[in-house]
Design a protein around this ligand. Structure first.
Ligand code: KG4
Ligand code: ZN
Length: 325
């Protein structure tokens, strides 16, 4: 079964063709990073306009790269939330138009669920029950997965998401945009010698990253940051230790078989290495290009959903605040 996936929830216009939920035939992304970099962050109106310019060429590129035409495609999958309303609308309306015009089934996908399914595009096979840490620009969720589509939220961030914390820290330190990659690069040149607090929330699996951000802000205001690279290294270590510590302890508590990592922050090498080193359980981490937003993960997720008979219809609408069911 070949599924065309479409993803436009934030600032990447992406289309991919995936066979049977695991084989990537193409995975195309039109990044808007350079456009938003000049504003120091994503401008929703600009993102939405850019999606409308890129969506048709990116779908055409995904079809060409996969060597398929419309008669080869079995279904259209599209992210309908969570994300920016104006961005999601481009993908959802394009997918609905193709579904109607070509008579193809439409499958609406939750972006967070899509991130988790990037793990099904690796050379390892996830085994249930498992715990997945989703760390993106908008979420830091610890999810227990007992089977396909069977989720329980064990922990989440009470304030900033991990990716958001990276983005804010980078801005505070004057390192630029996007925050995650620039902090990671700076950290390589720095030493972990700036004392930053780690939030400990008693009797909960929740995260909190606003404390470490505020501590960094104070140090910047008091001109106590001598070397931005050292601050970046210290910040990255603090966030990574928190994420890894909680994830491993939750996985052991729920006696799962594996730990999965997902979302843009999963592209961070320090996080990838630390989780692998500290987990007594097998860890699956998607390749870096499948951690940040892409459409292959959306098509992969749609395959498993379609296996259980799930599909959407033309009443599908965007849900910017969509939660994991
Ligand atoms: O999943 P994603 O691409 O988009 C959302 O669904 O939000 O995640 C984007 C987030 C951004 O906050 C970005 O700074 C962060 O992922 N990120 C990273 C790295 N690459 C992207 N954070 C830390 N280290 C990285 N290498
Ligand atoms: Zn994402």
């Amino acid at each position: 079964m070949k599924i065309l996936g479409i993803e436009t929830s934030c600032d990447e216009t992406a289309a991919a063709v995936v066979e049977d939920g695991c084989k990537i035939l193409s995975n195309e992304i039109a990044s808007q990073v350079e456009i938003h970099a000049r504003y120091g962050g994503i401008v929703p109106e600009v993102a939405s306009r850019q999606h409308t310019l890129s969506i048709i060429p990116i779908i055409a590129a995904a079809m060409t790269k996969a060597h398929v035409d419309w008669s080869d495609i079995d279904a259209i999958a599209v992210t309908y939330g969570p994300g920016l309303a104006g961005s999601l609308l481009t993908g959802v309306n394009t997918a609905k138009a193709i579904s109607l015009g070509r008579g193809l089934p439409l499958i609406g996908i939750n972006h967070l669920e899509g991130h988790m399914y990037a793990n099904w595009l690796t050379d390892k096979t996830p085994e249930f029950p498992l715990v997945c840490l989703i760390v993106s620009g908008g979420h830091s969720d610890l999810v227990l997965m007992r089977g396909h589509g069977d989720y329980a939220l064990l922990g989440r961030t009470r304030d900033d998401a991990a990716g958001e914390a990276f983005d804010k820290a980078a801005r505070l330190l004057g390192l630029g945009y996007p925050g995650g990659p620039v902090i990671e690069k700076a950290a390589l040149q720095g030493k972990d010698n700036v004392a930053l607090p780690k939030a400990r929330i008693k009797d909960s699996h929740d995260f909190s990253f606003s404390g470490v951000k505020t501590a960094l802000l104070r140090l910047v205001e008091e001109k106590k940051i001598i070397n931005a690279n050292d601050a970046a290294a210290s910040f990255q270590n603090t966030v990574v230790e928190t994420l890894v510590g909680k994830t491993v302890s939750v996985a052991l508590e729920y006696e799962v078989k594996q730990i999965l990592l997902a979302g843009g922050v999963a592209a961070n090498k320090a996080l990838r290495q630390s989780l692998t080193a500290h987990s007594p359980l097998p860890v699956i981490i998607p390749p870096m290009t499948l951690c940040t937003d892409n459409a292959a993960m959306i098509a992969a997720c749609a395959y498993y959903k379609s296996q259980s008979g799930y599909k959407s219809d033309l009443s599908l609408d965007v849900v910017p605040g969509l939660k994991l069911a």
